[in-house]
Design a protein. Structure first.
Length: 191
């Protein structure tokens, strides 16, 4: 029996020591793994923060570059609206030798040419602003076309010019007014 106890001492004592070492090493390895995971997660968060900071910097640079382009677009479209307003369009395009029919064609063609020349500006504007600009073009063309009713196409163009300006005044029609005011209000929100 004594031999049995001695054998147990020889086996159990080193077994307990080995088990204690196993538990200690296992605990140490788990702590190292957890620290590595934590460090990795911290690195990921830092990289995400760097990416977010870079994106903010890019957005800021884009805004700095886009602001002058947007201002220029709004400026150009305000000028466009002023140019197609009947009070500005008629004196600029009327020729004493034009007939009513020819003046109508010239006025409508000028409005469409001006619009086509400025189509690219829509990328710098809000959708609502662009819709109002398109509506202004349509209303200006409609005012011109409605004013020719009951006029002889061969009559002097001054008759159409008077009729357009008269209709605009009598019926309180300002085809560019709403769009122009909207553009001004929208760009003022930028500042």
């Amino acid at each position: 029996m004594e031999i049995f106890v001695e054998i147990l001492k020889l086996i159990l004592l080193p077994g307990f020591v080995l088990y204690a070492m196993y538990v200690t090493v296992r605990s140490f390895i788990y702590k190292e793994i957890e620290q590595a995971k934590s460090l990795h997660q911290t690195e990921i968060r830092l990289k995400e923060a760097e990416v977010a900071l870079r994106q903010q910097e890019i957005e800021l640079k884009n805004k700095e570059q886009m602001l002058p382009l947007r201002l220029q677009a709004y400026e150009r479209m305000c000028l466009f609206l002023e140019r197609i307003s009947p009070a500005q369009l008629i004196p600029r395009m009327n020729n004493p030798g034009f007939s009513v029919g020819l003046l109508q064609q010239v006025l409508i063609q000028e409005v469409r040419n001006e619009f086509a020349h400025n189509l690219s500006q829509q990328i710098y504007m809000s959708d609502q602003a662009w819709l109002l600009i398109k509506k202004s073009v349509e209303e200006t063309v409609l005012l011109i076309n409605n004013s020719i009713l009951d006029l002889d196409e061969d009559a002097p163009g001054i008759e159409l010019a008077k009729r357009i300006l008269g209709n605009a005044h009598v019926h309180n029609i300002n085809p560019v007014g709403d769009a122009l005011q909207f553009l001004k209000d929208e760009i003022r929100q930028t500042f």
